[in-house]
Design a protein around this ligand. Sequence first.
Ligand code: GLY
Length: 402
Amino acid sequence: MPVETKIVTIDLDTRGYDIYIGSGLLYRLADFVPVELAGRSVFVVTDENVKSYAQAAKDIMAEAGAQRVEMMVLPPGEKTKSFKQLERICGWLLDHGVHRNSIVMAVGGGVIGDLSGFAASTIMRGVSYVQVPTTLLAQVDSSVGGKTGINMAQGKNLVGAFYQPISVIADIETLKTIPKRELLAGYAEVVKYGLINDLGFFQWLEDNGKDVCALDPEAVSHAIEKSTKAKAEIVESDEKESDRRALLNLGHTFGHALETAAKYDGRLLHGEGVAIGTILAFDLSLRLGHCTQEDMERVEAHFSAVGLPTRVSFIEPALKTDVDSLMEIMKKDKKATGGQMTFVLPAAIGETFITKDVPEGIVRDVLKDAIGKTNVTMEGFNRQGKRKGIKGLWKSAFSSQS
Ligand code: GLY
């Protein structure tokens, strides 16, 4: 049964917009684009994996009266969030007569959304863009709040802009075709909202998380609504991350460092990095005396229950890195100032804070133990006692659900 369409508003004065959450919205896309289409060109950017959705978007925009609709299909994966692909998009937009009143429409996951949003923010000094997120991660996080950008060899998202879309259209039907592993990676960002400031939501996820991951329509649309409302509240209070928005980076300082060390080669998805990074943030907080072992274990148990990785040792092939390299990457994090790292730490489940008051030696200890850790939880082993790695984890979590 289709769920009722939900609307979450981001109240940012002239840069405000609505997020639409529901089933089958893709096929009514034009209803959710808040500008007149006549006389405008629409440039749809997508990747190989979801180009059928982008084709549908293209057809609907043309039927709804757009003057011209073009589509560009990029390779999937984090490596696409690069200068090279940004240059390609900008060249394509210019070759096809992009105009100040054109619309860039991102149909895909976080990579397509971040990259297309950044292209939209710079082309002709800024044209409007619409987010049509097709992954859970993009629906609950990256399509909302206007962070756009690309990765550099030095680290994730180091070049970009704050640039808000004019509308976000999250069709939960599109989640049915994404690989289970990717769905779970997005789920880590859902859990993040409970951990940041909403114990009640975390408890709801403990009870209903498997239904969310199994794409029960009511459960998944509720989870997206809660997540986007939580994000809206934070973005409205601190759009450009001068302070509070950094809370949304729980687990990201460690997670981004692991992703960068894995060279974005597909062995660690962003949300998987966030899950592992969140446990490392708890570990750091625990060593500093800010949170309890019990809370850390409870979060780890929930991630494990749905099939998310929680340890660096689950990454396959194993990450070849060391404490110095990870520290170097972490010091380039955008939250770091003058080489001093900033951490988002949990005080408890549903209570987080931002601090610079973290002795480097303790961070190094956390990383040293994380890299060397072999005592993974039993969920990480198969019957022969061999480690299952990330793929084995989510496969067994899903088979136990069926
Ligand atoms: N993904 C974190 C943020 O949008 O601030």
